[in-house]
Design a protein around this ligand. Structure first.
Ligand SMILES: [Zn+2]
Length: 269
């Protein structure tokens, strides 16, 4: 599953390709991908909208159009391709946006789990899916005080994955953040100190920024014909590793809230 850095990489790559392009029409081949509004309405409303910008909120891509935001979540396997209009439609291309030039933007999704919403601009933060989301990792409102208020009596690993607290931390980076912060993934979030919370905030920003930078390096070799998917593995210290890079103890694998979790028993007490 793409995590926040991968989605940010996709955003940056797409922005270079589709900014200021006008969408003449959209063809929907798998209607379940369109979560809101109804497919017919979606097709009608998106006509003649221009892509003014592309933002991101957590793992949601936000295409800013004239009157709407087109929100797109890639889920497991979603990818975007810029294709020449003459290129034949491939099997897993489920949504195609036709531009007023010789290319189109094709959403490819082998698992079909991805979702799109078309929401009036002024309503975008008041309705689903963005309504109940927590803060972006770089939001200045993300402070130890905020976390202390939000954290429940649940394992910290579970709380880091809770999108209503911080958006965009997935399973891989949650393990990395806790390793860097020297916090046991099973520790009750509500019992963490202010200093622990500050460490979590600092390490979240640091790890995600570095992963985005790595994505930026990968993107130099990216070509639109290969598709914009932002798949890259940044340097991981603990997730899926066998040995702790600090104390050389073996890494433990456990399940927390149903998610495979890696940590060092010695370094993360
Ligand atoms: Zn260790």
């Amino acid at each position: 599953m793409p995590e926040l850095p991968e989605v940010e990489t996709v955003r940056r790559a797409l922005k270079k390709e589709v900014l200021n392009k006008k969408i003449l029409s959209a063809s929907i081949y798998w209607s379940n991908i369109i979560a809101y509004p109804e497919v017919k309405e979606f097709e009608k409303k998106i006509k003649n909208q221009v892509i003014l910008d592309i933002n991101r909120y957590g793992k949601w891509l936000m295409f800013e159009l004239n009157d709407y935001y087109l929100l797109s979540h890639l889920r497991m396997e979603g990818k975007y391709f810029i294709k020449n209009k003459k290129d034949p439609k491939e099997k897993h291309q489920h949504v195609i946006f036709h531009f007023d030039d010789d290319v189109d933007l094709r959403y490819n999704d082998t698992r079909k789990f991805g979702k799109m919403y078309l929401i009036k601009k002024e309503e975008v933060y008041n309705v689903k899916p963005l309504k109940d989301l927590g803060l972006e990792p770089w939001d200045i409102k993300l402070t130890p005080k905020y976390l202390k208020e939000k954290f429940h009596h649940k394992p910290i690993k579970t709380e880091l994955l809770d999108q209503s607290i911080i958006v965009g931390i997935g399973n891989i980076y949650a393990d990395e953040i806790l390793f860097k912060s020297k916090i046991n993934p099973l520790k009750q979030a509500a019992t963490l100190t202010k200093k622990d919370c500050q460490n979590i905030i600092d390490n979240t920003r640091d790890i995600l920024s570095k992963a985005i930078e790595n994505g930026g390096t990968t993107i130099k070799s990216y070509t639109s014909s290969e598709g914009v998917h932002g798949r890259f593995q940044s340097e991981l210290l603990v997730h899926t590793k066998k040995q702790c890079p600090i104390c050389k103890n073996s890494i433990s694998k456990i399940t927390v809230g149903g998610r495979g979790t890696y940590y060092c028993k010695k370094c993360q007490k």
